[in-house]
Design a protein around this ligand. Structure first.
Ligand code: FAD
Length: 556
């Protein structure tokens, strides 16, 4: 089948923006206009920082290279008119614990943000015809585990209680900038049973799952949920990922009504309501340095913008380092950039369909918002080996299958559906990453064949259009997804906490005075958490002589 999409993801090319809402994002801002803060890149984190700074009274200018803001949190018509596709993220689970949403600190709900809470939460069908479905209701989920092992069901319930007890400690560390509070290990040392959690977090996800659960179906389900972080489950310090399924037992996997991009659109409205300006089609290519200080930015189109107080970047560190003379960064920073590692890259196919995927379950069929295909623990453990081969994984691929329209009919014409099929692939091919342009149709077809083993109803006549994003396309669309990394780079032991982006520079303050960094290359990393964004706001506001608490208290 040929690619039936209407647009390409070439840098600077347009994705069809949704006609549904017309935010005036193309306002003019004369380069001579005065701004306190210039923000380079409009991902959800940098928008969050800008929203807090704008609320504090600082005049903010946000410059986004793409025609639509949002980075990994945006919605566009990729296949057919009237089909709203989440270009990257869909599930907004982790951000629910962020005080920004939990306490609605920015008033995002007044700007149209509304969440849908799908039930079931997640469904994993197995090759032997059995399946495990996670429901919002704990007893119902435990009954699913008990189909395979009563002991595993009891373990799931026990570990959930243990995770509930430690979650406030883990959350506090995520939503606090590095250096602003005690390091996680110290916080754990003081918590009841915290020493057990110190050990668990240092272990691998696989060790915890293997040691606690006896049945391979239950293990596969838990490994699948840990796998979404794109880290090898047997790597040291991935232990927290063993608790991914337990975390979402409480939060669910909420999705914004109307599309993932509703979050970033609401953030943009907060910035504009506080006299900020957002310009699109503005690729930042150089930092303006005056007297050793970052004083603004210059764009690809020759325009330049000055910042009276600070520049905030969400440009990938691999690119940022080339935007100012090397000697200004210092050797430690340059070493940190040189040794930065990518993660298992993502491969995505978006479909417009006339039916949702239907999975066989006892007494009928189930069409969940999210399903995962992973045939066994061994398949998960082989992922790193596959990734090192420099060839696409075509045999028995692990997949994530998302059909938002079953819970949110506002995303499609009546009776129609959006289906997003995601997999994990190596960015580096033996023939070079450009080879992805030649083979992406073949890889997409292999993923569809795999999906049809479990949802045979998705035959060609049900598929109206499709749009493919290879690892290379993802990087072209958003250079912050360096080498196809959905979280900007691995979240491995060497790149988390005080090591993100590198030791010595994890506090959002960059080596060049006046320059700050946020987004997935900073603590606590990628996914839709808003944590790097709020944390960067905390650091900047403190440097400006105020605090996030003061700003949040301010009346709109
Ligand atoms: C296919 C896919 C599915 C995903 N699904 C989920 C999910 O369901 N749930 C979840 O929690 N996470 C998911 N993620 C991960 C999540 O989307 C990202 O980790 C997150 O969006 C990163 O946000 P950010 O704020 O760090 O920056 P980004 O979203 O990466 O935004 C950076 C922005 O900066 C812009 N930019 C970069 N360089 C420049 C420049 N030089 N000049 C101007 N602008 C520039 C980019 O165009 C982009 O708009 C997914 C990712 C992918 C790729």
């Amino acid at each position: 089948m040929s690619n039936m999409s209407r647009r390409g993801f070439v840098k600077g090319a347009a994705i069809a923006p949704l006609a549904v809402k017309s935010l005036a994002l193309e306002q003019a801002a004369a380069p001579s206009e005065r701004f306190d803060i210039v923000v380079a890149g409009a991902g959800h984190n940098s928008l969050a920082t800008a929203a807090y700074l704008a609320k504090a009274g600082y005049r903010c200018l946000v410059l986004e290279g793409r025609p639509i803001i949002g980075g990994g949190v945006k919605t566009a018509e990729l296949t057919l008119r009237g089909f709203k596709d989440d270009v990257c993220s869909t599930a907004h689970a982790f951000i629910q614990a962020n005080p920004m949403l939990r306490n609605d600190e920015l008033g995002l709900r007044n700007f149209g943000l509304e969440y849908i809470d799908p039930d079931p939460v997640f469904h994993v069908p197995f090759p032997d015809g059995s399946y495990l479905t996670q429901w919002r209701d704990l007893d119902r989920t435990c009954a699913e585990f008990a189909k395979f092992s009563k002991k595993d069901a009891a373990t799931y319930r026990r570990l959930l209680a243990e995770f509930d007890a430690i979650k406030p400690v883990l959350g506090a560390a995520s939503f606090t900038p590095i250096g602003f509070g005690k390091p996680l290990n110290d916080r754990l040392a003081e918590a009841p049973r915290g020493k057990l959690w110190q050990r668990r977090l240092a272990m691998s996800a696989w060790e915890i799952i293997r040691d606690n659960f006896e049945d391979d179906h239950c293990r596969t389900f838990l490994l699948y949920m840990s796998h979404l972080a794109a880290e090898p489950p047997d790597a040291p310090m991935t232990g927290r990922l063993a608790f991914s399924a337990l975390g979402q037992q409480r939060t669910g996997r909420p999705l914004p009504k109307g599309g993932s991009g509703e979050l970033t659109q609401a953030m943009a409205r907060v910035i504009e309501a506080n006299h900020g300006v957002i310009l699109t089609n503005k690729w930042v290519r150089r930092l303006i340095i005056e007297n050793g200080r970052c004083a603004g930015v210059e764009c690809d189109d020759g325009s330049s913008y000055r910042a009276e107080k600070a520049v905030l970047s969400t440009i990938h560190i691999k690119h940022l380092v080339d935007m100012a003379p090397r000697e200004l960064w210092g050797q430690d920073f340059v070493d940190g950039v040189d040794t930065w590692q990518a993660e298992h890259a993502m491969f995505v196919t978006h479909y417009a369909t006339s039916e949702p995927p239907q999975f066989a379950v006892e007494g009928g069929k189930l069409s969940p918002v999210e399903a995962g295909i992973l045939s066994s623990p061994l398949r998960a453990l082989r992922g790193t080996y596959d990734d090192s081969l420099g060839a696409p994984t075509l045999e028995d691929p692990a997949l994530q299958v998302i059909c938002c329209s079953v819970a949110d009919p506002s995303r499609t014409p009546p009776g129609m559906h959006t289906v997003k099929v995601l997999g994990w692939q190596p960015y580096e091919l033996k023939e070079g990453p450009e080879h992805w342009d030649k083979i992406k149709d073949e890889v997409s077809a292999a993923n569809l064949k795999q999906l049809r083993r479990f949802a045979p109803n998705l035959t060609d006549d049900k598929i109206l259009a499709r749009f493919i994003e290879s690892p290379l396309d993802l990087e072209r669309m958003n250079p912050h997804f360096w080498h196809g990394s959905a979280h900007a780079g691995a979240q491995s032991a060497s790149q988390v906490g005080a090591m993100r982006p590198m030791p010595g520079w994890a506090q959002h303050r960059m080596p060049i005075p006046g320059l700050y960094q946020t987004g997935a290359t900073t603590h606590p990393g990628g996914s839709v958490t808003g944590a790097p964004g709020r944390n960067a706001a905390m650091v900047m506001l403190k440097d400006f002589g105020t605090s996030i608490e003061e700003v949040v208290k301010k009346k709109p």
